[in-house]
Design a protein around this ligand. Structure first.
Ligand code: DGJ
Length: 548
């Protein structure tokens, strides 16, 4: 009997052990050297992603009919950003249906792809259109809404109503509990909490609860933060406080002055507090990395005229303070000035991730991803409306770019951590950039400035191009991207020559990254430069020699 018992216990132990072994390690963010990276299956992971149109994932049948999963895979995405809709997962209060999500996870897993889930909960592009019908029918009564300055009610759940937050939190926790129970393989690697939170039509909420909070003393933690961080805070917040004489107590207007900026600070703090409750409760159940995304104020509009008080770079301190469970703020980029926007979100405690960027069929996004990853050590990149992809188009920019990046991802990720990676970016106003590494200057240019490509005669073809450069060893580099010409120069003030010993074009379609061709003669302008032509994508190894 005793022996039978021991045998059973051993068998049970074995089963439990196999069970444990099947559970993959949790995805998480980790500071590795100079970069913060997403770790998946215990290895750094680069998101080569795309976000679906808002309504695509509401129907697995639609996705199948349109062949969307296959198209995403054929485009070379390794990650899909996919919404989870509160109204559909909780169609009746307390009754949950995760079948859509389960199917999406199964489809992604089948293709060895990962998912980032977008929680369309209380807010989607400022509005509250994804709240379930049973809640909407009680909007303004059980579930308080925002009021504008004139006292008119807006279809935006008020962040000052605990009951709103409680309902959202309960649904989100149920989602995270379901994921924990069903996604042992960690197909889902990260979660976006809400979507483009922000006030529209009014800079702040004028509901009764909001008015009360606005005229109460600013929470002590805000004052303590300002005192402690001082000038290290993003300028608008600190300048406003300094403008008032750095008071240590008072209501929002006493601390920061009356005006739209103060109303935006106030709302940002309270949006962040609301989100914190949801993210913290979700992480307590299942601690995946979590972030929030921002609609940018690209046209210099005033608070209330654009989705204000969201997770914007100028409000970073308030979001960071009030929502510590949120790992980073991320920009949705739909306007020009790409380098300026991404720089604003690459902060010491805020790794850059681009969850949305306008989907240009070609060639800008193919170029931008190299710059984001090389210059700003981005965790990943993800054009919006990715289901529009038509990967059968010859030389589809994003597909080519992702294929190159997939092949060099291990080198990219270790160079990010070691600080051995650089990015260069060109448009009509910025055609040259010099990267100095030790005594060598890599002078990079948009290739059309040199007239080497046939396209050079057509100024209308000019567009953004970019490349990343990885230091492989002394005088040895990996260059990947599109539309770049690179010449070498010595930094020393003597007649030292830095020349090209050899250039190898690597075959990024082969996982082993073998040498495809030795490039010389016309292909490197008789040893004068390295070139990846405009409209083409490639990766080349450059070995230099120095002559003194
Ligand atoms: C930004 C939002 O976050 C997306 O969900 C989508 O609405 C896009 N704008 C495009 O309209």
């Amino acid at each position: 009997m005793k022996r039978l018992f021991l045998l059973l216990a051993a068998l049970l132990g074995l089963c439990a052990c196999t069970e444990l072994q099947r559970e993959s390690p949790l995805p998480h963010l980790e500071k590795r050297g100079e970069a913060t990276q997403l770790i998946v299956d215990d290895k750094p992971y680069l998101i080569l992603g795309g976000e679906l149109w808002n309504s695509t994932a509401s129907s697995p049948a639609y996705m199948e009919r349109e062949g969307i999963w296959d198209r995403l895979q054929a485009t070379g995405l390794n990650t899909v950003l996919l919404p989870v809709y509160w109204e559909l997962i909780e169609p009746e209060e307390g009754v949950f249906d995760f079948s859509m999500l389960d199917e999406a996870i199964a489809e992604a897993r089948r293709r060895d792809m990962r998912l980032v889930l977008l929680w369309f909960g209380s807010w989607k592009n400022s509005m509250s259109c994804y709240a379930p019908g049973w809640m909407k029918r009680q909007f303004g009564t059980t579930y308080p809404l925002v009021k504008n300055r004139e006292g008119r009610t807006l279809e935006i759940l008020s962040p000052f109503a605990e009951v709103n937050c409680e309902q959202d939190k309960r649904a989100f926790v149920t989602l995270m509990t379901h994921l924990k129970a069903t996604d042992a393989e960690r197909t889902v690697v990260m979660v976006q909490v809400e979507n483009e939170i922000g006030m529209l039509q009014s800079a702040r909420d004028y509901s009764e609860a909001a008015n009360k909070a606005y005229h109460e003393a600013v929470p002590q933690e805000v004052v303590d933060y300002l005192k402690e961080r001082g000038e290290a805070c993003r300028p608008p917040l600190y300048e406003a406080w300094r403008g008032q004489g750095c008071p240590e107590a008072g209501d929002w207007e006493e601390l920061f002055g009356a005006g739209l900026d103060t109303e935006e600070f106030f709302m940002a703090y309270h949006f962040a507090r609301y989100v914190e409750q949801i993210a913290r409760a979700g992480k307590e159940v299942y601690p995946l990395p979590m972030y929030v995304n921002a609609a940018l104020n690209s046209r210099g509009r005033k608070a209330g005229e654009y989705p204000s008080a969201g997770p914007l770079s100028h409000l970073w301190d308030l979001w960071h303070l009030a929502a510590p469970s949120i790992d980073f703020l991320a920009p949705d980029i739909y306007d020009p000035l790409f380098p300026e926007w991404v720089a604003q979100y690459d902060l010491p405690q805020n790794p850059l991730f681009i969850p949305e960027i306008k989907h240009e069929p070609c060639p800008e996004n193919g170029a931008r991803v190299f710059y984001a990853v090389g210059r700003h050590k981005a965790l990943g990149f993800s054009p919006y409306a990715i289901d529009d992809v038509t990967p059968d188009v010859p030389r589809y920019a994003l597909k080519e770019a992702y294929a190159v990046l997939r092949s060099i991802a291990p080198e990219v990720l270790s160079a990010q951590a070691a600080g051995r990676i650089h990015g260069v970016w060109f448009d009509k106003a910025h055609t040259e950039q010099v990267v100095r590494i030790g005594d060598i200057e890599l002078c990079c240019r948009h290739d059309l400035t040199l007239g080497w490509s046939a396209e050079a005669a057509h100024p209308e073809l000019w567009s953004e191009t970019a490349a990343l450069i990885i230091e492989l060893g002394a005088g040895e580099f990996l260059v990947a991207g599109t539309g770049v010409v690179l010449t070498l120069r010595s930094y020393r003030e003597d007649d030292t020559i830095v020349g090209i010993e050899r250039i190898e074009e690597l075959d990024y379609h082969d996982a082993g990254l073998p040498v495809l061709r030795r490039l010389n003669g016309d292909e490197d302008h008789q040893g004068r430069h390295l070139r990846i032509p405009f409209g083409q994508y490639g990766v080349q190894r450059l070995v230099c020699y120095t002559y003194r």
